[in-house]
Design a protein around this ligand. Sequence first.
Ligand code: HPA
Length: 256
Amino acid sequence: MAVNIAVIGGTGVYDPGLLSNARSEKITTPFGEVTICLGKSQDKEVAFVSRHGEEHNVPPHLVNYRANIWALKKIGVRNILATAAVGSLNPAMKPGDFVFVDQFLDFTKTRAHTFIEQGGLHPDMTAPYCAALRHFLSEAANRLNLRFHLKGTYVCTEGPRFETPAEIRLFQKIGGDLVGMTGIPEVTLAREAGICYACSAVVTNFAAGISTTVLSHQEVVAAMEKYQDNLRRLLSQVLILIDENRTCFCQASAFV
Ligand code: HPA
């Protein structure tokens, strides 16, 4: 049976505890092998991929984004719910808040970022994140009384280092709300593959220079642990609400 919905777990989301009867499968792709966890949640077949790998140790700039998206496409996925730990540049977006990202600014540098190898193919990015999935997420967050923002501009940096305060000031000036290291090229590859994609960003900290302390990965992981329960509730609720069989602009724009 084809699996329609996938969760890509970011930092701090390694075992969402969402799936019953979970089993693990290795999927072969032209870009390498991906281990996918498959199971049931809310009466739906759901796939789970850990973005940073099975051992949770692949840094943001070395994640095999193409293999992950290809593998999900191969098993029939049409909807991806990604999670991401992010720093906030926007005083209204506070630690613990969810942001259903609607735009991005791409500051990555070295990543294999596309499936396209042919001239004349240029994916539209007017609405990179699926509006329908963002709507289901906001409905789920409303039902659970979670603090959330329906929109936000995600700045993707190359990592693995955190940003300088000068970079954060620049990102604020050009309209960024959040900063993270993994959103690109995941969202753009999903669009190339014709898969609806939404990102539930969890604010773990204020960004460098706004935060009064130095930043560390441990701080981000500890914050994600604190908000993990809300994230699990959000994902369970949205899995109830998603209409798997809808047609969507994102799916009509496949390039692979
Ligand atoms: N910067 C980049 N990535 C992040 C941050 C940050 O402040 N917090 C969580 N992921």
